[in-house]
Write a protein that binds this ligand. Structure first.
Ligand code: MN3
Length: 246
């Protein structure tokens, strides 16, 4: 009898190990591209309490954006990906003795090493992106946002089509943007964690709205169907926040 229960215990242990290994592999596939050499798939990175930059809290719960963006994706995206950008930015700033503000770093990004560009951009972009979404968002913009969109694109639908095209056609990882360029709204995309405030960017202007099209933002729920993710994402847009950016 004793031997049986030992064997059962070992079988349970093996089963659990296999599940953990599978979970590690699964999260590893969506963690591709996290800018951390030390990041082990499946590992929760410790919150950085010593560095200059810190992870902002989300303005909603991890499950608030369901069913459009699932809880697990939001949790991994915020606590692992964004946290990794913050940790690595702090490390790069410490190593390079960089003491500028994030806005100054972004504006003059050509003067900094690639680690600062990738992780500083990652921190700026995600901090901007979280606030652009909310539970029960979406619908059509009103007031000055609607006026600006109609003035620059003719209609909200036309702007949406252009934005969707920019999000879909960005090859690999990056971001689609609605920007204000000298009083006129324009749409484009940037690679990796670049953004339209960076001096090296081909797309330059003041960010108004953006969507993260890295696979880690949607892969668990949408797999390769980036277009479906972007279509669903419109249901989350926080137009009051967009108005503040204008
Ligand atoms: Mn992201």
């Amino acid at each position: 009898m004793k031997k049986d229960s030992q064997q059962n215990g070992r079988r349970d242990f093996l089963k659990k190990s296999a599940l953990l290994a599978a979970a590690g592999l699964a999260s590893g596939s969506i963690l591709t591209g996290v800018a951390s050499a030390k990041n082990i798939p499946g590992e929760i990175l410790p919150a950085n309490t010593e560095g200059k930059f810190s992870l902002p809290a989300l303005p909603y719960a991890y499950d608030a954006l369901e069913p459009h963006i699932d809880k697990t994706t939001m949790e991994i995206h915020h606590t692992k990906h964004h946290q990794a950008y913050v940790n690595n930015l702090n490390k790069a700033c410490e190593e390079g003795k960089i003491d500028a503000s994030l806005d100054d770093i972004i504006k003059n990004i050509s003067k900094y090493p690639m680690a600062v560009r990738n992780n500083g951009g990652g921190h700026w972009n995600h901090s901007f992106f979280w606030k652009l979404m909310k539970a029960n968002g979406g619908g059509a913009p009103s007031g000055k946002v609607a006026e600006a969109i109609n003035g620059s694109f003719g209609s909200f639908d036309e702007m949406k089509n252009k934005f969707n095209d920019a999000a879909k056609s960005r090859f690999g990882s990056g971001w689609a943007w609605l920007i204000d360029k000298n009083g006129k709204l324009e749409i484009g995309s940037t690679p990796n964690q670049d953004n339209p405030l960076m001096d090296i960017s081909d797309l330059k202007g003041k960010p108004i709205l953006s969507v993260d099209v890295w696979e880690h933002a949607y892969y668990l729920k949408y797999q390769n169907k980036r277009a479906d993710y972007v279509t669903a994402w419109w249901n989350l847009v926080n137009w009051e926040e967009v108005a503040k950016n204008l």
